[in-house]
Design a protein around this ligand. Structure first.
Ligand SMILES: NC(=O)C1=CN([C@@H]2O[C@H](COP(=O)(O)OP(=O)(O)OC[C@H]3O[C@@H](n4cnc5c(N)ncnc54)[C@H](OP(=O)(O)O)[C@@H]3O)[C@@H](O)[C@H]2O)[C@@H](O)CC1
Ligand SMILES: Nc1ncnc2c1ncn2[C@@H]1O[C@H](COP(=O)(O)OP(=O)(O)O)[C@@H](O)[C@H]1O
Ligand SMILES: [K+]
Length: 503
């Protein structure tokens, strides 16, 4: 699913109006009625609804929803916030329609003194500003938003919480953003919904299709996309009757150090559960018996060092390499990394201390092989790419890094972002807070190595891997909950995740 910048949404809207064709007021009615139905589902028993509307089409939606709720016997009060004397055309039409409904009280809010008391059992509908917000909130709207946020009412935002910019909130005033419990967004999610600092404003969110024209959605370009099962499934290569283990590639995993052999075991197991033909795990000498016992399917390559990574086997036999889980970043490992980068010709996944070594020695980036994949969590990302105060800026830095070095750069977290060398970013909807646990990143590295070894491109291997990893985590959490979930559970649910993905 594409995620469009707010500025593009008006274009898509106009194209739909012209080419469906549909009158803009009817499109507003269609959109509002979708939202109204969702509200009815969420709040099936009539309650007091206080609807705050602004001067644009977001306000128009709010007034249409007010009419629909009143017709279902909800007690509705509408507060038109006076920011200008002029309503948009469609908002004005909806105001006139609303005035015909006797049961609805309509007020003008010209100052905060006229703000109604909001009770905990009220439903507040926030239709002040939508995708047309052009600057941070101030004046009376700011006061109204503060009062909404101070209340215990249930707050539903129409399209986007008022005050939140669709993408860049780096210069916004967060005091002037509605804290919604539920955001019902038209047709597309907004980029801002995917950023952690906005979570308490957006609340739970849902996208409601409103039938915008498919042709323009197909045509319009955007760098931002949200993964879904159909898309990820379409990337899978079928397995054929006469395939053999050679068909699915031989991968090399460099991982583990004294005290961190678990990372090597987890990554190896996840790799073997994701379709690879052959796996060689290169580990320090002391890990030999651990690996042979815990992962009998893996072949083992032993480092001359008992405790860390200092060398690697002949690379010619491998289709892909992964380095990082549990390796530590001692001087000798850094030297081995220099040699590895000089020799390697295959795609490579770089994780954990592999990333930290590159963060400390940025000159090594010049030797990255084509098709490298980085999988940092936010702290590792900062060491590799640099610091930033907000997610939009971080996302731009991520895209720039991916383009500049021709790599696939993952930023892990809720809505893991995958930046590709050609400039696009894919956000992943699978995964859950139960996965915020030691070793879950090692599992991801193993999965991506497996897919690269099977011949998937770096971009596709990363997309499938990230989606599948989150899906396995989701299936695991259904059985064990968030608190008890371990990285091993993610691996144990990989078989079910594969089946669900391919269904
Ligand atoms: N997706 C779709 O296709 C569909 C979308 N629909 C709906 O349309 C909504 C977008 O509507 P919209 O373009 O009229 O913008 P909206 O946000 O209502 O307000 C703009 C007004 O606010 C003003 N203003 C802005 N910032 C301000 C500030 N800080 N302080 C004060 N004023 C400020 C701005 O003034 P200006 O910036 O020009 O000075 C202008 O007057 C969208 O979110 C969705 O709900 C559906 O109806 C149908 C299908
Ligand atoms: N709240 C969350 N929602 C979704 N996925 C999460 C969440 N927290 C963590 N994850 C996932 O779990 C993994 C954690 O990776 P990482 O921090 O590298 O763990 P480790 O270093 O312990 O292996 C990432 O893939 C991340 O996307
Ligand atoms: K809104």
């Amino acid at each position: 699913m594409k995620i469009f910048p707010a500025s593009k949404i008006a274009e898509i809207d106009s194209y739909t109006i012209e080419n469906e064709p549909i009158e803009s007021i009817d499109l507003m009615e269609r959109a509002s009625s979708k939202l109204f139905k969702k509200i009815l589902k969420k709040f099936p028993a009539p309650r007091n609804c206080k609807i705050f509307v602004g001067p644009g089409n977001n306000g128009g939606d709010g007034m249409a929803i007010a009419r629909m709720l009143a017709e279902k016997n909800y007690a509705v009060e509408v507060f038109i916030i006076k920011v200008t004397n002029q309503l948009s055309n469609d908002a004005e039409v909806n105001l006139q329609r609303l005035k015909l409904i006797k049961s609805v009280d309509i007020y003008e809010l010209a100052s905060i003194d006229a703000m109604p008391w909001l009770f905990p059992e009220d439903i507040v509908i926030d239709a002040i500003f939508g995708s047309g917000l052009s600057r941070p909130i101030e004046g009376v709207v700011l006061e109204v938003i503060k009062a909404i946020n101070a209340s215990e009412a249930s707050v539903v935002a129409v399209d986007i919480p008022s005050g939140l910019m669709g993408e860049d909130n780096s210069k916004n005033n967060y005091q002037g953003i509605v804290k919604a419990d539920l955001t019902l967004s038209f047709q597309f999610p907004k980029l801002a919904f995917l950023f952690p600092e906005n979570a308490e404003y957006v609340g739970e969110w849902e996208v409601l299709p409103i039938g915008l024209h498919p042709e323009i959605i197909k045509q319009e370009q955007t760098p931002y996309k949200m993964l879904n099962r159909e898309f990820v499934k379409s990337l899978l290569m079928p397995r054929k009757k006469f395939d053999h283990k050679g068909t699915y590639g031989h991968g090399l995993l460099i991982s583990g150090s004294y005290g961190k052999m678990g990372a090597a075991i987890l990554a190896s197991r996840a790799c073997l559960r994701s379709g690879i033909g052959l796996l060689t795990s290169h580990i320090p000498r002391l890990g030999y018996e651990i690996m042979q016992t815990a992962v009998p399917e893996a072949m083992v390559s032993i480092d001359r060092s008992d405790i860390i990574f200092t060398e690697f086997p002949d690379l010619s036999q491998f289709k892909a390499v992964a380095i990082g889980p549990g390796i530590d970043k001692k001087q000798n490992s850094y030297c081995a990394m220099i040699n590895l980068l000089k020799e390697i010709k295959t795609p490579m996944v770089i994780d954990a201390d592999g990333i930290n070594i590159l963060g400390e020695h940025p000159e090594l980036k010049a030797d990255l092989p084509l098709g490298s994949v980085f999988t940092p969590h936010p702290k590792e990302f900062e060491r590799l790419v640099g610091k930033s105060d907000d997610s939009f800026t971080r996302n731009n830095m991520q895209r720039k890094f991916a383009r500049e070095y021709g790599v696939t750069l993952v930023l892990k977290g809720a809505y893991t972002a995958i930046a590709c060398p050609e400039g696009s970013v894919y956000f992943n909807p699978t995964g859950n807070p139960g996965m915020a646990t030691a070793g879950s990143g090692d599992v991801l590295t193993g999965i991506i190595l497996s897919l690269l070894s099977q011949g998937y491109s770096s971009k596709v291997a990363t997309i499938i891997g990230v989606y599948l990893h989150g899906l396995a985590g989701d299936l695991a959490s259904e059985k064990v909950g968030y608190e008890a979930l371990t990285a091993s559970d993610i691996i144990d649910f990989l078989p079910k995740a594969w089946l669900k993905l391919k269904k």
